[in-house]
Ligand binder design. Structure first.
Ligand code: ATP
Ligand code: MG
Length: 283
C-alpha cells in the first residue's frame, strides 16, 4: 500500500514539476513578448517623431530659401539702379564696390538655388522602378561631352547594370558624380572615367572612377556635407553641393555612399542601391 502511494506521489510530483516548468516558460515568453511589444511601440514613436522633425526641417529650409530671395532681389536691383543713375558720380571705386555687391548677391542666389534643390530632394515623391544605370551614365557623359567637345575623355562602362530606384533622382546623382570626374580630370589628356557595378549580398554596388587630381582621403567623409570643398574656386569652380546631393539621393533609397582616393592618382566614388526586381527585368 505504502509502495503504491509513494509511486502515485512520484508521478504527481513529476507532472507538477513539468507543469511548473511549462508555466515558467509561458510566463517568460509572455514577459519577453511584452518587452518586445513595448520596444516596438517606443521605436514607432521615435520614428514618427523623427519623421515629423524631418518634415519640419525640410519645410523650414524651403521657406528660408524662399524668403531670402526677396531681400536679395532688392539688393541686386537697387545696386543696379544706383550704378545706372549715379555711376558717373560714384567714380571707379564706387562702381567697383557696387559690382562686388552685385556679384556677392549673385553668388548668394545660386547658394539659395542649391539649398532649394537639396531640400526638394527629400520632399518630392519617389517612383522606384528598375533602371539601367549604365545607360543613364552613358547619356550623362554624352551631355558632358557635348558641353566640352574639345576635352579628351575615354569613358568605359560594363554591361547593362540595373537597380531599383527613382530614375530622375539617379540621373541627378550620376550627373553630379560624373561631372566631378569630368572636372577633376581637367589636367589629364586623355582622361579616363569609368562606371561599373555588381550585385553583392543582395544589394547593387556601383562606382564612378577617374584618374584625376584626387584628394586627401582623411577628408573623405566631410566631402558629403553641404558646401564642403577641398579645392579652391580659382582652380576648380563649384559650390560644394554635388556630393551632398548624391548622399541624400542614395540615403533616400536606403543605400550607402563612400569614396576612395589618392592625391594625383584619381578617385573612386561608390554607392549602393536596392537591386533590380526580377519580375520587372529588362526595364
Ligand atoms: N572626382 C573627384 N576628384 C577629386 N576631388 C573630388 C572629386 N569629387 C569631389 N571631389 C572633392 O569634393 C569636393 C566636393 O564635391 P562636390 O561635388 O560636393 O562640390 P563641387 O564639385 O566642388 O561643387 P558643385 O558640385 O556644387 O558644383 C570637391 O570640391 C572636391 O574637392
Ligand atoms: Mg560637384
Amino acid at each position: 500500500m505504502a509502495q503504491t502511494r509513494s509511486s502515485f506521489f512520484d508521478d504527481d510530483l513529476a507532472l507538477l514539476s513539468l507543469l511548473a516548468n511549462q508555466t515558467a516558460v509561458v510566463l517568460e515568453n509572455r514577459r519577453l513578448f511584452e518587452e518586445v511589444h513595448g520596444l516596438n511601440r517606443t521605436l514607432e514613436r521615435n520614428v514618427s517623431e523623427l519623421r515629423a522633425l524631418n518634415d519640419e526641417l525640410g519645410a523650414f529650409a524651403y521657406s528660408v530659401s524662399h524668403d531670402l530671395r526677396a531681400p536679395l532681389r532688392s539688393i541686386d536691383g537697387f545696386s543696379q539702379i544706383l550704378l545706372e543713375d549715379k555711376g558717373a558720380v560714384l567714380g571707379d571705386d564706387g562702381r567697383n564696390h557696387l559690382d562686388r555687391v552685385r556679384a556677392a548677391a549673385g553668388r548668394m542666389g545660386s547658394l539659395i538655388d542649391d539649398m532649394l534643390l537639396l531640400s526638394r530632394l527629400t520632399r518630392d515623391e519617389m517612383t522606384p522602378r528598375n533602371v539601367d544605370l549604365t545607360g543613364l551614365a552613358r547619356s550623362v557623359v554624352d551631355d558632358l561631352r557635348a558641353r566640352e567637345p574639345r576635352r579628351q575623355v575615354e569613358f568605359k562602362s560594363n554591361g547593362a547594370l540595373a537597380a531599383r530606384c527613382d530614375e530622375r533622382l539617379l540621373r541627378i546623382a550620376l550627373t553630379n558624380l560624373l561631372a566631378n570626374s569630368w572636372k577633376f580630370t581637367r589636367q589629364r589628356e586623355p582622361a579616363h572615367i569609368s562606371f561599373g557595378g555588381d550585385t553583392r549580398d543582395g544589394e547593387a554596388v556601383f562606382f564612378v572612377k577617374d584618374d584625376g587630381v584626387g584628394f586627401d582621403i582623411r577628408y573623405a567623409d566631410k566631402l558629403f556635407g553641404a558646401f564642403q570643398r577641398l579645392h579652391n574656386d580659382s582652380e576648380f569652380e563649384g559650390t560644394g553641393i554635388g556630393l551632398a546631393t548624391v548622399q541624400r539621393i542614395v540615403h533616400r533609397h536606403g543605400g550607402r555612399v563612400w569614396a576612395e582616393s589618392e592625391v594625383g592618382k584619381g578617385s573612386t566614388f561608390y554607392f549602393t542601391l536596392p537591386p533590380a526586381e526580377a519580375s520587372e527585368a529588362g526595364t
